[in-house]
Every structure is written in structure tokens, then in C-alpha cells.
Design a protein around this ligand. Structure first.
Ligand code: PCA
Length: 218
């Protein structure tokens, strides 16, 4: 008997900052239970809580032993999907987390390296989005909030566990911007799900990235 293929984990976040929904958890829910070739896709939701998110992440990874982890989060105000290049060793929360904590410059991992690069092929994901008509870019900052924290933690712990990690930041859903100022960008859930699915497909098909100029200031 051949061993079962290791799963792909897709993890979004619970709502935070007063918003009733978080598109990242919705996308993870939509892709949960699908397959990528032989790989089952498992969708999960993480808390937006500095002190709890790493433990929930660790438990899921230890339990499911994934080959790929794709993290998703909301980036309020961004207009396109953003595949994150880097996570930095800084916690500096502009708004308190869902438990009321607001670190102001503490490290994610005391004594850890300043930053880690994503281990998914970001440029190849961007190329796949462009080919499919999905708007996106390669971002050079995942912020200094819980998304950056979990991406850093995931990359810090990946050595020896054999999983690859990437992160997509998502715009608001259309229903989240109706009471916000005119011009606030949004994207439909359908486009986000297509973009996340394409990222998983690229992760399944290649480890090496492609050469493509995609410098961005955000
Ligand atoms: N976005 C936040 C945390 C959870 C989420 O969806 C962030 O970008 O850090």
C-alpha cells in the first residue's frame, strides 16, 4: 500500500478589529475538503490572539503533518491579492488583538533571526494569477500584527518538519466596504478562492521559484 499523500493546510483567521467577518476564514472554509491531486486540503481557522495563535498553529501542524501550509489573512485597504515574501521578527500591533494585548516592538521569537523568506514560489504564484486574470502582487511586508507573527513562527518551526509555508493577504469582501469611505477596495469571495486555489496548485507543482521582476512597495 502506498502511504497517503500528506495534506495541504489552508489556514485563515477569525474576525478582528470590530469586523463581523474575515474573508481569510471564509476562503479556508470553501477549500476545506477539496483535493489537489492526491493531497487532501484541510481548512482551519486561527485566533487573532498573540498568546494563542502559535499554539493553535503548532497543534494543527503536529496533528496533520502537512506538506504545504498556506496562511491567509485580511489586509484592510489592499486592492489585490498579495503573496507575502517575508516575515519579520517584530510584534507592533496598531490595534489590540482579540484578547486585548498590544505589544509595541517585542520580538516574535526572542533571539530569532530578523526575518524569514517564504518557502513557496511567490513569483510563480503571481504568474499563475496573471495567466488566470486574478489581480495580485508580491508584497514585501506582512505587517507587524498577528499575520506576520504566525508566518514568522511557521517559518521558524518549519526546519526539520518538512513543510513549506506561504502567506496570502486578501482585500476586504464587498459587503465589508459598504459603510466605508468611497474608493475602499474590495474583492469577491469567488476571486479570492480562485487565487488561493491557484496558489495551492503552484505549490503542489513546483518548489523552485521562477525569475520574474515584481518589486512592490507594499
Ligand atoms: N489579518 C491580520 C491578522 C488576522 C488577519 O486576518 C494581519 O494582517 O495581521
Amino acid at each position: 500500500m502506498t502511504p497517503p499523500s500528506r495534506p495541504f493546510l489552508i489556514m485563515g483567521f477569525e474576525p478582528f478589529g470590530g469586523d463581523p467577518v474575515n474573508p481569510s476564514a471564509e476562503v479556508a472554509r470553501q477549500l476545506h475538503g477539496t483535493t489537489l491531486g492526491e493531497h487532501p486540503v484541510i481548512g482551519l481557522e486561527l485566533p487573532v490572539v498573540w498568546e494563542r495563535a502559535p499554539a493553535v498553529f503548532e497543534r494543527a501542524v503536529d496533528h496533520h503533518r502537512p506538506e504545504v501550509v498556506l496562511l491567509l489573512g485580511l489586509a484592510a485597504g489592499r486592492s489585490m491579492l498579495a503573496v507575502e515574501r517575508i516575515a519579520i521578527n517584530v510584534l507592533d500591533f496598531a490595534v489590540a488583538d482579540n484578547a486585548g494585548a498590544q505589544p509595541a516592538g517585542e520580538p516574535v521569537v526572542p533571539g530569532g533571526p530578523a526575518a524569514y523568506f517564504t518557502t513557496l514560489p511567490a513569483k510563480a504564484i503571481l504568474a499563475a494569477w496573471r495567466a488566470a486574470g486574478v489581480p495580485g502582487y508580491v508584497s514585501n511586508t506582512a505587517g507587524t500584527y498577528v499575520c506576520n507573527q504566525v508566518l514568522y513562527q511557521a517559518l521558524h518551526r518549519a526546519a526539520g518538519r518538512g513543510y513549506r509555508v506561504g502567506f496570502l493577504h486578501l482585500p476586504y469582501l464587498p459587503e465589508q466596504v459598504v459603510a466605508r469611505p468611497s474608493g475602499t477596495p474590495s474583492m469577491t469571495l469567488d476571486v479570492m478562492v480562485r487565487g488561493a486555489r491557484l496558489a495551492l496548485e503552484v505549490a503542489a507543482s513546483r518548489a523552485e521559484d521562477i525569475k520574474l521582476v515584481a518589486g512592490a512597495f507594499a
